[in-house]
Design a protein around this ligand. Structure first.
Ligand code: ATP
Length: 653
């Protein structure tokens, strides 16, 4: 009976109404979550904590959500803690009377600096119990640490961290240190946190929810209560997709209730969306089997950098507030002053506000040619002065997500595209609408693909055009968009994005820089980086020099305990997961040594890439966004030779 569900049941971490939520309550909640591997249980534990916060100190719901997701602010604020592991170890050592070497050894023994900090704190005798930390103060302090920049900031950061650390109980020390390291490692995905928020709002409706809902929820009984939770979870998750900003969602939820969220938090220019992504295909025939009875359209797939352009406005566009966001919702506005200056030429007079989905592509103005991605990657990544810009870009607009106050993500592509053509102007060399054709036969698609490749594109994007499937699926890798890349038609179907977790010293001509790397895929369920291959080809000397420079600050003394890698593959230098590389390979094979997707296809073997080759650095992807283990297994299983072998075995089974 949901009416009997108790408030936050963790005994020594209670607080009273109106009091700041103790950080200990959050730390104990994380500890309970860490102790379980069942997702439903995690959601229940977190939702009980959220219920207590809503009932007792609703203003601490926002800091609580940030802390349990290990975020400081929305991604587009680009707030990063920026603390090297050694400094963190030093701070822990200074606060617990240990040397750096002792802390390092303890971290290696536990495989986790958080656990080492917890033990060190537990072994300390304190004369006076320091005043307890509160969740909101910890978040504020972490934000202050992130905001400290410049040369002298390291010492300031360390003293701020020490001030927090000395006030920690052992359990708090564990999660504080992990927050500072950038990884909580309790296995809590953002979708589970949203589910917990919905569940909490269903069981303990915030003050603003219509009167009587609490009684209704209590009286509902288990089955109907579950239906209510499912309904609210859908509302909360959809709202978060369209408006991924807790600073807007949490106050609205508290004020108006979960059900009313869509009225108050809508897609808004200025708040970047997680983009829709495409499924790889290996041939035109696959496109036709997916879109057998549906209308689709093909567009050129430009090879540049995704750019989500936001123009807010009421009666007229506020061009001064326009912004450009990356695939990862990072604010790229200062990278593209040239693009922003030209914005007025794109918008016809009828546009007062909009959100456009585009690809920024390096462009040779004289020869009117699209240039390879590698050229674009030489542009300065931040704070570019327009006068210094050498690489020109042309922006190819392929979607319209918001126009004149109206979100369009639920409208079919056909309508979005018609509005795009009606309200936006093409300007040669500056703004183009993606070249599109509504192909009807395999031959037409094949021909259009060849034209795209001749036009310096990677291939085609094939998209559902009409009906339900033609909506813009925010934040999803959807089968309603297929990518058809020329290079991979008969091979693996796609490139693979893998995370650098180690490096090998270069020899001979490559002495002094790293000459090869150990790469891993990411398994979000297990929160592990699993070794996938070693790569040493495809790099120019410049690539190796700049990669070595970028990776050196990420050196580790020992592998993280969430790196899955056979000892025989141990690199010369272990590295913190920070950089994603795009790789091409001949095929994927089962491997006794590599751990990628281990257990998914074979009880002991993992998958590795054969003949991997470096393509580019994926600065627009965070390590957690590398190709997931599940997808590696799918790519392996979809290979012709594997499918044929499975089919040949089938009659025997
Ligand atoms: P992943 O590597 O995870 O698959 P990705 O960033 O490479 O992600 P894809 O799903 O491969 O993205 O392909 C979609 C990308 O192609 C978009 O992110 C966008 O940057 C680019 N793109 C180029 N032209 C188009 C187009 N006409 N329509 C949609 N996306 C396009």
């Amino acid at each position: 009976n949901p009416a009997k569900t108790k408030y936050h049941p963790i005994e020594d971490a209670c607080w009273s109404k109106g009091q700041e939520v103790p950080y200990l309550a959050l730390a104990k909640t994380l500890q309970a979550i860490e102790a379980t591997s069942a997702r439903l249980k995690m959601v229940e534990i977190l939702s009980n904590y959220f219920r207590s916060v809503i009932a007792l100190t609703p203003e601490d719901l926002l800091p609580s959500i940030y802390l349990c997701l290990n975020q400081l602010a929305p991604a587009y604020h680009s707030l990063e803690l920026g603390i090297a592991e050694t400094y963190l170890m030093k701070a822990v050592g200074q606060c617990t009377g240990r040397s750096l070497a002792q802390v390092r050894a303890a971290a290696q023994r536990c495989g986790d600096l958080g656990a080492a900090a917890e033990q060190a704190r537990a072994a300390q005798r304190t004369m006076f119990a320091p005043p307890p930390l509160s969740a909101r103060r910890v978040l504020a302090a972490l934000r202050e640490v992130a905001a400290m920049t410049g040369h002298a900031s390291v010492n300031k950061k360390i003293s701020k961290i020490q001030a927090l650390f000395v006030a920690c109980s052992p359990c708090e020390a564990r999660y504080l240190v992990r927050s500072l390291e950038g990884k909580l490692r309790v296995g809590l995905a953002e979708q589970s946190a949203l589910q917990a928020l919905a569940q909490a709002a269903a069981a303990t409706p915030p003050a603003g929810e219509r009167a009587g809902t609490l009684d209704a929820a209590a009286a509902l009984g288990a089955e109907r209560f579950k239906a209510l939770v499912d309904e609210l979870a859908l509302v909360v998750k959809t709202t978060y997709c369209e408006c991924p900003n807790y600073e807007l969602i949490v106050p609205a939820l508290l004020r108006h209730g979960a059900r009313a969220l869509p009225e108050h938090c809508r897609l808004t220019p200025g708040v970047p969306l997680k983009p829709m992504l495409a499924h790889p295909t290996r041939g035109v025939h696959e496109v036709f089997s997916r879109f057998e009875n549906e209308e689709f359209t093909c567009e050129w797939k430009y090879d540049g950098e995704r750019a989500q352009i936001h123009v807010p406005g009421d009666d007229a566009p506020r061009l001064a507030d326009a912004a450009i966001f990356s695939r990862n919702q990072e604010n790229n506005t200062s990278k593209y002053p040239d693009v922003l200056r030209r914005l007025p030429t794109l918008l016809r007079a009828s546009v007062t506000s909009c959100v456009l989905d585009c690809e920024a592509v390096a462009y040779d103005v004289d020869s009117k040619q699209i240039l390879p991605f590698q050229v674009l990657s030489t542009r300065k990544r931040k704070d570019a002065a327009e006068a210094d810009i050498k690489v020109q870009v042309c922006v190819f607009v392929f979607d319209l997500l918001f126009l004149n106050g109206r979100p369009l993500v639920r409208a079919p592509l056909e309508e979005r595209r018609a509005l795009l053509r009606q309200h936006f102007a093409e300007v040669p060399g500056h703004w183009s609408l993606a070249t599109a054709r509504d192909c009807r036969s395999e031959e037409e698609v094949q021909q259009f693909l060849e034209e795209a490749v001749r036009g310096s594109c990677e291939g085609l994007m094939v998209k559902a055009l009409r009906g339900e499937h033609a909506r813009y699926d925010i934040a999803r890798r959807s089968r309603n968009w297929l990518k058809l890349k020329k290079d991979y038609l008969d091979g693996v179907g796609d490139t693979i994005d893998a995370v650098v977790i180690g490096a090998y010293h270069g020899r001979g001509k490559r002495a002094g820089v790293f000459g090869g790397f150990l790469l891993a895929c990411y398994d979000p369920d297990a929160e592990q980086y699993q070794s996938l291959c070693k790569v040493g080809t495809g790099f120019s000397d410049d690539d190796l020099r700049s990669l070595s420079e970028r990776l050196r600050p990420h050196r580790l003394d020992a592998p993280r305990n969430y790196y899955m890698c056979a000892p025989a593959l141990a690199p010369d230098v272990w590295l913190a997961a920070a950089l994603v590389l795009e790789l091409r390979c001949a095929d994927l094979s089962l491997s006794p040594a590599h751990r990628a997707a281990a257990g998914l296809l074979h009880p002991d073997k993992g998958v590795s890439l054969r003949f991997p080759r470096f393509v580019r650095v994926r600065d627009d992807k965070a390590p957690e966004q590398a190709t997931p283990a599940r997808q590696i297994a799918q790519l392996y299983a979809a290979q012709d030779q594997v499918r044929n072998a499975a089919a040949a075995r089938a009659p025997l089974d």
